[in-house]
Write a new protein. Structure first.
Length: 862
């Protein structure tokens, strides 16, 4: 029955589609016109809201009573508009939810009477909701039209009254009590209280009481200031010199009467609005009752048609159930026959599989027996072969031992013969030398200044006509020879006579200070193209250059203020909500591309975070430049440090995760030491991690079980020294082992690990470690200096990793630090633990003392 009804509806829809096309086009045109009108109305509303400046004008003119009334009326309108908007949204949501329910029922529809009844109820409910919404909107629209007409009429009346006021004032300054017939006709529909107010205004000269606008405003200003007290008259008289006290009192009485009449007018308007609202509700109720009476016959016919459709649907449903039952019986018979056939096939397949399985198992058993027999034979052959090999090896070893013994005896005899020949040859040489030098030679010091025979013969040939003997040539030769011999060691003649070899003059290597200064200047100004990959660590390169210039005592070539501002621009500041405290510190450069600023709250960015090594180099650079660290957000930096420490005591470099080793522990300890606050790290966990990194040979590795390295050893020892817990964390025996391991790193310069070439940077890493351990004086300063100076570039300045290599900022700076440790002239001393100059370290101590004094004074005041 339901299927038939649906097909009938579908057919009727197809037949009427052609007829509905024009109406659908007209509906679309109406909808488009409605949308255009809505956009136009929206534009007009925005324009009117922009022009609504009356309230502000009233406030500026001092009309507080009118301003308050307008504000109150505006609030009422806004509240009504919001309530109507919420009500409309709720109705639309209800219609949308009913539509969704209807759509869901259509997806899972079953041709049952209950389902059809549910669908019909949902459709009826949706139709009722839409109809009620339309009716309510239409009624609201009618009300708004009525209100618009009423307001338009009132505005016209007010405009005409204002025109009449201007005419009356011009004709009679004292005011004319008579009004025109038109005004009376317009005032006929107004409430009595409104008419009284209008007549009062017309009679007394308008809204200013016959006064000038500016005089009336001055009066209102004084009246409002004194809240209507008699004291206002003196101030009003000052502002209104042209008015007498009697005129001011008369105007005061007029103003009181006007305020009273305006209050009565407001009450009358409220009563009129209430009456209008009641009339509108009665009219709406009447309309609803009339529509209900009109719909009753239609609903009865609809109910009868619905009952017929239900009966037809029930009949069709019963037919469909009977047909489905017969189909199920046929399917069940077919399924049973198929199951019997499948069981027979499965039984036959199982029997065949068992036969195949037994055959395979028998074959596998035979194969295992054959393989076991082959393995037994192979083991027996291998055993016999091993016995034969052992016998041959024993015989061969015996023969080799006898041969080696004979060779050793022959070598020993040859060695003894050679030693005997050498001894005899030495005795012969000594005897010959004794024969040559056995005579006695007397000393004659004057022979050095006495001319030789050849020179005397030459003077004779010149004769008395010459210009005299030129003995200065001899003295010049003597001093040249003497200065030449001074370049040789004191025992050079003895060594030449003893070895019989020629001595070559060695070139003296000078320290090229000016070229190193220019090298670091270029590093701060421009870098080669190969340094582009180091953009994220630019602050570290700047630290190498600044500290290198500080060691060279040449910081005057740097614009300190510009450099300080650039470093502070790299500080990751906390936001106003302090949501990024775990990311605070100093970044390496502005490589992310977001705008940075040195003041105010920071900006949260998922990839903007501080780096522990950059924070260390940034603070060191500020100290080198003489900054007082007043703009460093210490608490944010310490909070960022705490977020980077792991449970084992080590540190990440970034909050996003990185390597965690002893280098970043040293950076964190240096930051806490410079900020004079150790709350940024758990020192005990850090010490335990450092102790776990101590290797068996006396050096420190990158972590537990790692190879010993000069750089890690420096980080460990410097960290413990900054904490002041070196002797507490390491025993005397461990310290002696570390000293021994570090001293063994020197060849000419220093290397970082055993069996590695020497490197310039380890002159500081290992040298500073030995300085902190009080044994640096036991190293060979001359060899260390010679190696460092051999790596300096004599053209562009700077130091390289090895001789004849390109210089770079890291090795240039650490090479200078190594020379400073051995006391190179014209270089400032370096603080071995913080890796800055002693001058910068003294500046840090002064800042820390200032901070402590300020803290003590604050505590005393509290």
């Amino acid at each position: 029955m339901a299927t038939a009804s649906r097909s009938q509806k579908h057919g009727s829809a197809e037949n009427g589609s052609a007829a509905c096309k024009p109406s659908s086009d007209a509906d679309r045109q109406k909808a488009a016109q409605f949308l255009r009108q809505a956009e136009k109305n929206k534009t007009e509303i925005k324009k009117l809201e922009k022009e609504r400046a009356l309230i502000r004008q009233c406030k500026r003119n001092g009309w507080t009573d009118l301003c308050g009334e307008l504000e109150q009326y505006e609030k009422v309108l806004e509240h009504g508009k919001d309530a109507e908007k919420i009500h409309l949204q709720n109705q639309l949501l209800r219609i949308r939810s009913d539509g969704r329910k209807f759509k869901n029922q259509l997806r899972e529809v079953k041709p049952t009477p209950k389902t059809i009844q549910t669908l019909m109820e949902l459709m009826s409910e949706v139709e009722r909701s839409i109809s009620s919404l339309k009716e309510e909107q239409w009624q609201r629209f009618e009300e708004l039209l009525k209100e618009e007409r009423t307001c338009r009429q009132e505005l016209r009346a007010y405009e005409k009254k204002i025109e009449n006021w201007s005419h009356s004032v011009k004709s009679d300054p004292k005011g004319n009590t008579a009004s025109s017939p038109k005004t009376k006709l317009l005032d006929r529909d107004l409430p009595a209280d409104v008419k009284v107010l209008e007549s009062f205004l017309q009679r007394t000269g308008g809204v200013y009481g016959g006064w000038d606008q500016y005089d009336h405003q001055a009066f209102l200003k004084a009246w409002t200031k004194h809240s209507g007290q008699p004291a206002y008259r003196k101030e009003a008289k000052l502002h209104l010199p042209a008015k007498t006290l009697e005129e001011i009192e008369q105007h005061e009485e007029w103003h009181r009467e006007l305020s009273y009449l305006q209050g009565r007018k407001r009450e009358a308007i409220l009563r009129w609005k209430a009456r209008k609202t009641q009339e509108r509700q009665i009219w709406i109720q009447t309309q609803q009752e009339a529509e209900k009476r009109e719909k009753e016959p239609t609903s009865q016919a609809h109910q009868h048609r619905t009952d017929e459709e239900k009966r037809e649907a029930t009949r069709r449903l019963e037919e469909w159930r009977e047909e489905r039952r017969r189909n199920k019986e046929l399917e069940e018979e077919q399924r049973l026959a198929e199951e019997v056939q499948k069981r027979r096939q499965a039984k036959e397949e199982r029997r065949r599989q068992l036969e195949v399985k037994s055959t395979i198992e028998e074959r596998l058993r035979l194969r295992r027996e054959e393989e076991e027999e082959q393995r037994r034979r192979a083991r027996e052959e291998e055993r016999k072969e091993m016995e034969e090999r052992r016998r041959l090896a024993a015989q061969c070893i015996k023969d080799l031992n006898q041969r080696d013994l004979l060779k050793v005896e022959a070598k020993l005899q040859d060695k003894q013969l050679k030693e005997k020949e050498v001894a005899e040859r030495q005795l012969r040489i000594v005897a010959k030398l004794k024969e040559k030098v056995d005579g006695h030679v007397s000393r004659d010091p004057t022979r050095l200044t006495r001319p030789t025979k050849g020179w005397e013969e030459r003077l004779k040939s010149i004769g008395p006509s010459g210009k005299g003997p030129v003995t200065q040539t001899f003295h010049s030769f003597y001093f040249e020879r003497h200065s030449y011999r001074k370049r040789f060691p004191a025992d050079a003649d003895a060594k030449m006579a003893e070895d019989g070899s020629h001595f070559e003059e060695s070139e003296h290597i000078y320290f090229l200070k000016d070229r190193h200064v220019r090298f670091f200047q270029r590093t701060l100004q421009v870098l080669p193209e190969r340094y582009a990959s180091l953009e994220t660590t630019r602050l570290t390169i700047v630290f190498f250059a600044l500290s290198g210039l500080d060691v060279l005592d040449a910081l005057d070539v740097v614009d300190k203020n510009v450099m300080i501002e650039w470093i502070y621009s790299l500080q990751v500041l906390p936001t106003e909500a302090q949501s990024n405290l775990s990311r605070c510190g100093f970044r390496g450069s502005s490589h992310i591309g977001i705008p940075y600023r040195t003041k105010g709250p920071g900006v949260s960015h998922p990839y903007d975070s501080g780096h522990v090594a950059m924070t260390y180099t940034g603070l060191c650079s500020l100290l080198i430049l003489g900054d007082n660290l007043s703009r460093v957000n210490k608490q944010a930096c310490l909070a960022g440090l705490r977020a980077l420490q792991l449970e084992d005591g080590s540190f990440y470099a970034l909050p996003e995760g990185s390597e965690n080793d002893i280098r970043f522990i040293y950076c964190a300890a240096s930051i806490c030491y410079m900020l004079d606050d150790w709350s940024g790290m758990d020192t005990q966990k850090a010490i335990e991690y450092i102790r776990g990194s101590l290797s068996y040979d006396g050096g420190f590795g990158q972590g537990a079980g790692r190879e010993s390295h000069g750089g890690w050893t420096y980080c460990a020892i410097a960290t413990l020294c900054l904490m002041g817990r070196l002797e507490e964390a390491l025993s005397r025996r461990e310290l002696d082992g570390i000293r021994r391991w570090c001293i063994m790193r020197q060849q000419s310069g220093f290397h970082g690990r055993p069996n590695k070439p020497v490197d310039t940077c380890y002159s500081f890493w290992v040298g500073a470690t030995l300085e902190l351990l009080d044994v640096f004086q036991y190293t060979n300063f001359e060899k260390n200096r010679s190696f460092i100076l051999s790596t300096q570039d004599r053209l562009v300045g700077g130091f390289a990793k090895w001789p004849d290599s390109h210089p770079d900022p890291l090795h240039a700076y650490l090479g200078l630090c190594g020379l400073s440790l051995i006391g190179e002239p014209s270089l400032r001393k370096v603080h071995p633990a913080l890796n800055i100059t002693q001058r910068a370290f003294q500046h840090l101590q002064q800042l820390q003392q200032t901070w402590r004094d300020a803290g003590d004074s604050c505590s005393r005041q509290q």
